[in-house]
Design a protein around this ligand. Structure first.
Ligand code: S3P
Length: 433
């Protein structure tokens, strides 16, 4: 499918002011949608992600026999297949979504029938060996196309195993757990760096039992999942653009309501605090074991400091690094990012594109294989931004553009809709011009 590319002009702002409630978290929506479609019974979700990626997950699950309806009040209703999918004669189109492709592979590998998974040009370049290896070790039969999609799966019963993920990846962990859910015996995933744990929390919310240690999670199969009613917390990775925008304006004041604050996702709040932002979290509560709260942020009174992101923090902040790098020139001491090689195999090579676009705006930046050094104290000018069709690049540079001199043109602005279709409208709402 080819979508026409759109350009968007971002004018500088004087400040960021207001309050917002953000659409549902993309990671949680993928999991709730996929598990509901696989479970027994009918699930209902309010504030489900509006992004195209989660629509890809729902469309694939519909093609596999689940029923999905959007109710008048915006609630998404999913009736599941009760543990047995119906193979589809058409390939399952995962669009731009790595989460859909990697997680669904684990769900389908132990099912009966054959399945083909395809994706768009960006997804077809992304590494899939990382799921083939553990699934094959469990006895799965799947073939890739030179390490990538299309993926062909011949479903077959699997055997349980213990697996250590070689790169930190919640998608790979989930892929193995979804296969383990349907496999006799105990499947365990060890990870050196703890990645987002939405799958563990969601599986429990759907009635599955699993056990966790500091660095592993085990599931004993087979188990049946049962329907869930839930409100999806606001997406903190979408909030990251607004929190970062508030951080670059000293007099800013922004409130984000009902935001997901799962500790495996919320490291950005610490980083922005270290940069001088003043952040308060109110009304903290748990919903299906996911933390949700209100975040109040105002910009630093005395300029932004500097920070370094490396090691486990780089893995936890992986989706937020583009916007952090994009605002880094406005800090006083710069931002250094390392151990983030994974950024090169996201929807685009995010290290290369961040460097290219910072340079286009007149910034000095040094690129490394696994990160970037962006000096502080720099002034940016408006420029033409190459988003590379990557939603997070388009949004990150829209934020940088708010404090640049002159207008910025974002090419491929439509890509924001992959995770956050409302982004530009909400930005206009809180940008004081
Ligand atoms: C995600 C995991 C991360 C992240 C992606 C969403 C998830 O990818 O970058 O946006 O929902 O599990 P990896 O698992 O490849 O690190």
């Amino acid at each position: 499918m080819h979508t026409a590319t759109q350009e968007r002009v971002i004018r500088p702002a004087r400040n960021i002011l207001g309050s917002l409630r953000l659409p549902g978290d993309k990671s949680i929506s993928h999991r709730y949608g996929m598990l509901a479609a696989f479970a027994e019974g009918t699930s209902r979700f309010s504030n489900f992600s509006t992004g195209a990626d989660c629509a890809s997950t729902l469309a694939c699950m519909q093609a596999l026999g689940a029923t999905v309806r959007k109710l008048d009040d915006g609630v998404i209703e999913v009736t599941g297949v009760g543990g047995h999918v119906t193979p589809s004669s058409e390939p399952l189109d995962c669009g731009n979504s790595g989460s859909t492709m990697r997680m669904i592979s684990g769900l389908l590998a132990p099912q009966e029938g054959s399945f083909t998974l395809i994706g768009d040009a960006s997804l077809s370049r992304r590494p899939m060996e990382r799921i083939r290896k553990p699934l094959e070790a469990m006895g799965a039969r799947l073939t890739l196309t030179e390490g990538h999609a299309p993926i062909h799966i011949e479903g077959t019963p699997l055997h349980a195993m213990e697996y250590t993920t070689p790169v930190p990846s919640a998608q790979v962990k989930t892929c193995v757990l979804l296969a383990g859910l349907q496999t006799e015996g105990t499947t365990t995933v060890h990870e050196a760096v703890r990645t987002r744990d939405h799958s563990e929390l969601a599986l429990r919310a759907f009635g599955a039992e699993l056990t966790r240690t500091a660095d592993s999670v085990s599931i004993r199969g087979p188990q049946t999942l049962h329907a869930l009613e839930a409100a999806v917390p606001g997406d903190i990775s979408s909030a990251a653009f607004f929190l970062s925008a508030a951080t670059i304006f000293p007099g800013s004041s922004l409130v984000l309501d009902a935001l997901g604050l799962n500790p495996t996702r919320a490291a950005l709040l610490d980083v922005l605090t270290a940069l001088g932002a003043r952040i308060a979290v109110l009304n903290l509560e748990e919903r299906n074991a996911e933390l949700v709260g209100t975040v109040q942020i105002s910009g630093p009174e005395e300029g932004m400091g500097s920070t370094e992101v490396r090691g486990a923090l780089a893995a936890q902040l992986i989706d937020e690094l583009p916007v952090l790098a994009a605002i880094a020139p406005y800090t006083s001491g710069g931002i250094r990012i390392r151990d983030a090689k994974e950024l090169r195999v996201k929807e685009s090579d995010r290290i290369a594109l961040v460097a290219e676009n910072l340079r286009a705006m007149g910034a000095e930046v040094e690129e490394f294989e696994d990160g970037l050094d962006v000096p502080g104290g720099q002034t940016l000018h408006g420029a033409t931004i190459n988003s590379g069709g990557d939603h997070r690049i388009a949004m990150a540079f829209s934020v940088a553009a708010l404090r640049a001199e002159g207008d910025t043109l974002i090419q491929g602005a439509e890509s924001a809709a992959i995770s956050f279709p409302e982004f530009f409208d909400l930005l206009d709402k809180v940008a004081d011009r």
